[in-house]
Design a protein around this ligand. Structure first.
Ligand code: NAD
Length: 340
């Protein structure tokens, strides 16, 4: 019988230290791209969200013929006041044939890696190939992962940084100061951060219909990677921006509930990223076009992540065996097992 593996935070840190964060991000980008290319193989649905006044808790299930995965994840922008992250997650990977849980895994760190890998997959398909400069608006937990992914996978050489909390920008600069060939430029406003950039990532957290980017800041040819607006009542882009160029989403049914396009009519035209990757729909068609990736995070990306981590963990002997399902000689005798 297969074992159930448990990948704790410390085991994931060990695995990432061994593989290397940049290599893991590249491997994951390849895995996500591969899974998006076989989009029809997945049973998909919008995630199930339970809201409170201050945040959301979500369950994200998905499967193909062989494996089932779900992630539990939250979004609580004010958690920092309680010394807790805004986004926390864990996930499970199981066998479809039997329902056997193969792995339970931390996904707070892995969500940041997978979101950065997905952003890079989208930007490689949608941004100008000559892109070298990005703006990072919101310098919280996701930000270093985003910048490193764009640096490694798109060749970004300079990142303009802005956060309403200057301590967040200081931390980001400290954390990435050793990365060669990467210039980090702290900026005093969103306007100065965005000016002249090829790619703009917005990764702010506030449960509000916020206007982080306004239409007059968007320049011809820009690629917008809007990851922070990801639940009802939580947006970052002024609606006018969504009419300035083509809008790309992960899964339209979920994005219409949670993404920037929640601000638009229900039939507002969007293209799903898999359609661009399989070349069934056009992506960017000129260097002057504006492209907008309205990302909310989709279960297939977590499926790709859990599958890759499971493969790396079993090859590399990471994780501990978990006593999660009873092992019985007589599988009908659950009572006997309990009573010993
Ligand atoms: P975080 O709380 O660690 O960081 C958010 C940062 O945004 C903070 O430093 C805060 O000061 C800054 N900020 C808030 N409002 C701002 C404003 N008006 N202008 C400038 N900066 C502002 O959160 P995080 O983990 O980095 O996540 C960021 C956002 O991304 C969250 O909304 C989260 O839900 C979302 N997210 C999306 C995906 C996805 O797949 N699309 C994945 C992970 C996280």
């Amino acid at each position: 019988m297969a074992k159930t593996l448990f990948l704790s935070v410390s085991e994931i840190r060990k695995l990432i230290e061994s593989v290397g964060l940049q290599t893991l991000t590249a491997l994951l980008a390849e895995r996500i791209r591969g899974d998006f290319l076989r989009w029809q193989d997945f049973q998909k649905s919008p995630r199930m969200a339970n809201h409170s006044a201050v945040g959301v808790i979500e369950l994200m299930p998905v499967c193909d013929a062989d494996r089932y995965a779900f992630k539990y994840v939250n979004g609580h922008p004010f958690n920092y006041k309680l010394d807790m992250p805004t986004v926390m997650g864990f996930g499970c990977l199981s066998e479809m044939a039997t329902g056997w849980p193969l792995m339970l895994c931390e996904m707070t760190i892995l969500t940041a890696v997978r979101t950065a890998a997905t952003s890079a997959v989208a930007a490689r398909a949608l941004a100008k190939t000559s892109s070298r400069t990005m703006a990072m608006i919101g310098n919280g937990a996701q930000s270093e992962f985003q910048i490193l992914a764009f640096h490694k996978l798109l060749g970004i050489r300079s990142a303009h940084l802005f956060d309403k909390d200057p301590r967040a920008t200081d931390r980001l600069i400290r954390n990435l100061s050793g990365v060669s060939d990467l210039v980090l430029v702290p900026c005093e406003s969103i306007v100065s951060a965005v000016e002249g950039c090829d790619i703009v990532t917005t990764s702010t957290a506030d449960k509000a219909l916020a206007t982080i980017l306004t239409a007059e800041l968007v320049e011809p040819g820009m690629h917008l990677n809007a990851i922070g607006g990801d639940c009802p009542g939580k947006t970052e882009l002024q609606p006018e921006i969504l009419r300035m160029g083509k809008v790309f989403v992960e899964f339209a049914e979920q994005a219409r509930i949670e993404g920037e396009i929640q601000q638009m009519d229900p039939d507002f035209p969007v293209t799903e990223l898999w359609e661009v990757l399989t070349k069934s729909q056009p992506g960017r068609e000129s260097d002057s076009e504006v492209t907008i990736f309205d990302s909310v995070g989709f279960s297939v990306e977590d499926f790709s992540t859990l599958s890759l981590i499971y493969d790396l963990a079993t090859e590399g002997d990471f994780g501990v065996e978990l006593d999660l399902v009873p092992e019985m000689t007589d599988v009908k005798d659950l009572y006997g097992l309990l009573m010993g």
